[in-house]
Design a protein around this ligand. Structure first.
Ligand SMILES: [Zn+2]
Length: 254
């Protein structure tokens, strides 16, 4: 089976058509989806969606763009969401110094606070890092005690040297539609990462893989990502799916 470890199926682009999205991924052979929150309302929405489908799980977290919204009340809400039996991880959390929608101080506070929540609940966390490579590396290196339950570098777009550091810290890596784009140049980075740390995602509704680039993405299209990864690594499609299945089990426990 195929696995999408990061999608936003509660996004307003879908107009609440969750049933259609589920039918589409199920008929494409996708057997596990992690529906991801990026603030408190979206984390509540993905929780409610995942309660309805046995092959859908969720992550709850406050994205760095929204870091400024994390206060004591939302921290309590997040702890309660992340304690839910279908919540597999805290995320997405991290640093975004491209958009800078929250200040660096706000982002540091939110990232650390949410790593602590994940650690306390014995859950992994999902990292969004954009224009923040050096800072993310240093930040995680300084907080090794909070990395015991693993973490995922989602939509990984950094270099092989950085991947090695995350890998040594216990990190996993997911790749999305970008690896299917012409001139993506992702072969070397994927080959450089240990096979037991690789995962696949869509980040739907964004980053739609080839040949659907330009359309709205959905979890069924993770098939193109996993098959491309198999091609890059010289595996049979089924072999690649088995590897991803066991990596998801290792990190998320499902
Ligand atoms: Zn995302």
């Amino acid at each position: 089976m195929y696995i999408d470890v990061h999608a936003h199926l509660a996004d307003s682009k879908y107009g609440g058509q969750i049933e259609k999205l589920v039918e589409a991924y199920q008929s494409a052979g996708v057997g596990l989806v992690i529906n991801s929150g990026y603030d408190i309302p979206s984390s509540i929405a993905v929780k409610e969606q995942s309660e309805r489908y046995c092959d859908m799980f969720f992550s709850a977290g406050v994205h760095p763009d929204e870091a400024k919204t994390l206060d004591n009340q939302s921290i309590d809400q997040l702890i309660s969401l992340a304690s839910h039996k279908k919540c597999l991880a805290v995320g997405e959390i991290g640093f975004d110094f491209y958009w800078n929608k929250s200040t660096e101080q706000e982002q540091i506070y939110a990232f650390e606070k949410q790593m602590e929540i994940a650690d306390h609940l014995k859950r992994p966390f999902v990292v969004h890092s954009r224009d923040a490579s050096a800072k993310t590396v240093a930040f995680l290196k300084d907080r090794k005690s909070l990395l015991k339950h693993g973490f995922l570098m989602h939509c990984f777009s950094e270099n092989a040297e950085t991947a090695k550091v995350y890998q040594d810290l216990g990190g996993y890596f997911s790749f999305g539609g970008v690896i299917t784009f012409k001139n993506a140049k992702k072969d070397e980075i994927i080959k450089s990462i240990s096979k037991d740390r690789l995962l696949t995602e869509t980040d739907a509704p964004y980053l739609t893989p080839h040949p659907y680039r330009g359309q709205v993405n959905d979890s069924s299209k993770v098939v193109f990502v996993a098959d491309k990864m198999a091609e890059i690594l010289g595996f049979e499609k089924e072999q690649m799916q088995d590897i991803i299945r066991s990596n998801a089990k290792a990190l998320f426990g499902v």
